[in-house]
Design a binder for this molecule. Structure first.
Ligand code: AMP
Length: 217
């Protein structure tokens, strides 16, 4: 059974690759960013400090570890995760990794894929990102624009931009990644479960490499 997490800087392609992997492996895609966006929208059930969460997200800061770990463990306890899962955006700090292993040792990750990307391209990847609010399809106005300006190719709905995909917040998110999240690479390397792929290729090639490391490992 696969218990996988993807590690990459903001804009590194975690969301796009997660969707493809989950479709093939038939496991649920658990994105903590998506969960927090749903909490803010009011579509994820439970009692959460919504104002606090929104403030952290809009500033490009991480939501406190205890809140995140509790939500993730609860979510992974649901039925659809019993044959494996893919975590996108969790853990984001060493403390989250440790708390998770301590409180949910039966859910311990057995594979972590690092998508290695060049920092210089990340700003355009993020500030150019647009999403269809209906079907969730992700575009980039510089690299993968929709056929008709600002509208989804699938359903014609006007695309939206995430609140935290502006230049200032992106800079902050990158700082947070370097300081808080990149130490996880070493952490999982030491455990022998980290696999690195080159994220500077087209989406399909990155996906092919990920599937190869998952098969061989
Ligand atoms: P993402 O969609 O993964 O880029 O996440 C968007 C935002 O959600 C982040 O900038 C954080 O504010 C919050 N977030 C998502 N995952 C985590 C996590 N594991 N720990 C703390 N904050 C998170």
């Amino acid at each position: 059974m696969i218990r996988l997490s993807l590690v990459a800087p903001p804009g590194g392609g975690k969301g796009t690759q997660s969707e493809k992997i989950c479709e093939v492996l038939k496991i649920p895609h658990i994105s903590t960013g998506d969960i927090f966006r749903a909490i803010v929208k009011g579509t994820y059930k439970g009692s959460f400090p919504v104002d606090q969460i929104l403030e952290f997200m809009n500033k490009g800061l991480l939501i406190p570890d205890d809140i995140v770990v509790k939500i993730v463990i609860e979510r992974l306890g649901q039925d659809d995760c019993k044959n494996g899962f893919l975590l996108d955006g969790f853990p984001r700090t060493l403390n989250q990794a440790e708390l998770f292993d301590r409180h949910a040792s039966h859910l311990k990750l057995n594979k972590v894929v690092q998508i290695d990307v060049n920092e210089e391209n990340l700003m355009k990847r993020l500030t150019g990102r647009r999403t269809c609010p209906q079907c969730g399809k992700i575009y980039n106005i510089y690299y993968t624009p929709p056929k008709e300006n600002s509208k989804c190719d699938v359903d014609g709905i006007v695309l939206t931009q995430r609140n935290d995909d502006n230049e200032e917040t992106v800079k902050q998110r990158m700082e947070v990644y370097k300081k808080e999240t990149s130490p996880l690479i070493d952490h999982y390397s030491k455990q022998g479960i980290l696999f690195k792929v080159n994220g500077e290729q087209g989406v399909d090639l990155v996906f092919k490499d990920i599937m190869e490391v998952l098969k061989s490992a």
